[in-house]
Design a protein around this ligand. Structure first.
Ligand SMILES: CC(C)(COP(=O)(O)OP(=O)(O)OC[C@H]1O[C@@H](n2cnc3c(N)ncnc32)[C@H](O)[C@@H]1OP(=O)(O)O)[C@@H](O)C(=O)NCCC(=O)NCCS
Length: 159
């Protein structure tokens, strides 16, 4: 699928295809101590309830991505990452805003996610986008760290 030029940002956005996975895995490994493996990404390209967006610069370089699940009234953000060299330029927020816009479009009731308690950058990003911590999953990550469950409630659609 050709990338649609975006009028309002320096990035282009398109869903992840199977052929994108090797590139995505390079960024994933730069972003996470416990990166997803190939089969996890492959699942996201075939699950009917999975959605994704890859962000590229004008030369086509992959800079970041978001992956989420649609589960009835809940949109669940699974993965959000920005290449270390492309951070603090608004791309994380742009990807998150697009996930939230997708949830609003589908009249979801809330967007949920888990984040490491130590992940200040991500927690700040989510808080600034209106997410609140609603609970903790003890020892959620393989290394034993807790996850905070964060939620953004969406306004019911006006009639
Ligand atoms: C979290 C992450 C996606 C943010 O991406 P980003 O493109 O740098 O984020 P943005 O530039 O859109 O930042 C938006 C806001 O988030 C907050 N933020 C981002 N990085 C931050 C940091 N290192 N420290 C504190 N606040 C931070 C700031 O409020 C920032 O706004 P500002 O730059 O105007 O101050 C990126 O740091 C990342 O990929 N981290 C590793 C993977 C990860 O932890 N993903 C989240 C899993 S739950």
């Amino acid at each position: 699928m050709p990338l649609e030029p975006d009028q309002t940002t320096p990035w282009t956005f398109a869903p992840m295809r199977r052929k994108d996975i090797p590139e995505v895995m390079v960024v994933e490994r730069l972003c996470f101590h416990d990166p997803w493996d190939k089969s996890a990404f492959e699942r996201e390209t075939v699950n009917t309830f999975s959605r994704s967006l890859l962000a590229r610069d004008a030369s086509g370089r992959l800079l970041g991505y978001a992956m989420w699940w649609v589960a009835g009234p809940e949109f669940h953000l699974l993965n959000l990452a920005v290449h270390p060299a492309a951070r603090r330029q608004g791309l994380g927020r742009e990807l998150l805003d697009r996930v939230v816009a997708d949830a609003r479009k589908d009249q979801a009731e809330f967007v949920a996610l888990e984040v490491r308690t130590s992940n200040l950058a991500a927690k700040t990003l989510y808080q600034h986008a209106g997410f609140h911590t609603v609970g903790v999953r003890r020892r959620y990550y393989r290394d034993g760290e807790d996850a905070e469950v964060m939620l953004l409630r969406l306004d019911p659609p006006s009639r």
